[in-house]
Design a protein around this ligand. Structure first.
Ligand SMILES: [Zn+2]
Ligand SMILES: [Zn+2]
Length: 222
């Protein structure tokens, strides 16, 4: 059963990213068949009951005897697939010696599954920077140019430089959220592949005011 920690460290109260969540998950550690080719095999029977503690940007996994791994929730961390029906999700991360690892994690109930997958993804979100100028075009923010934040990288940007609205499922955003031009282009590139590199793949939220030129009212037939 997962419990929100009642221990509140005063120094961390102000930080919204300092989310503390504890509970247990079953882990299937892979047998690494060939480290150079990164091929893994999961033994279906071997589920190990482990305690997990999510704090800030680390996820600590331990058994009753010892700490197994302290997983850094950084750029290398990813939730690879979520199988809600079997309460299993796979995580990919880099260990301290920089080798790539994949673990299968199994929650004990649909509620626990939902909590763990959403908390883990939320903790990957970038902290919002609070600059007084747009970090893309350097325009100073004020009454006319308002500050917005890219949900992917956290940059402070103006609306002109954040015309993209998209979902970011890997960060737990399932509805359309604002991203900056740079992240929008990166996402479009990742999703659609490198072809047609010159055409912007994002959706421009600002629409031109000029009405479409209509054809003359004359019908084309007699
Ligand atoms: Zn801008
Ligand atoms: Zn961005």
């Amino acid at each position: 059963m997962g419990i929100l920690s009642s221990k509140i460290d005063r120094s961390s109260v102000m930080l919204q990213s300092e989310l503390v969540f504890e509970g247990s998950l079953d882990v299937q550690f892979p047998t690494i068949l060939d480290n150079s080719e990164r091929s893994y095999s999961f033994d279906q029977k071997d589920w190990v009951h482990c305690k997990f503690k999510l704090q800030g940007s680390t996820l600590e996994c331990s058994t009753s005897e010892s700490t197994v791994e302290t997983i850094l929730l950084d750029n290398n961390f990813e939730v690879l697939n979520e199988q809600g029906s079997s309460l299993i999700f796979t995580v990919k991360f880099a260990t301290r010696d920089n080798s790539s690892q994949q673990w299968k994690l199994r929650a004990s109930s649909p509620e626990e599954f939902e909590k763990w997958t959403s908390f883990v993804k939320q903790s990957l979100r970038a902290e919002w920077s609070l600059k007084d100028f747009c970090m893309c075009c350097h325009t100073k923010f004020g009454v006319i140019t308002r500050r917005h934040h890219c949900r992917a990288c956290g940059r402070s940007v103006c609306s002109e430089c954040s015309p993209v609205m998209t979902t970011l499922p890997h960060l737990g955003y399932s509805t359309l959220v604002r991203v900056c031009r740079i992240c929008g282009n990166e996402l479009a590139h990742k999703r659609k592949g490198p072809q047609e590199g010159n055409s912007p793949n994002y959706t421009q939220s600002k629409k031109g005011n000029s009405p479409n030129k209509q054809n003359k009212h004359k019908p084309n037939y007699k």
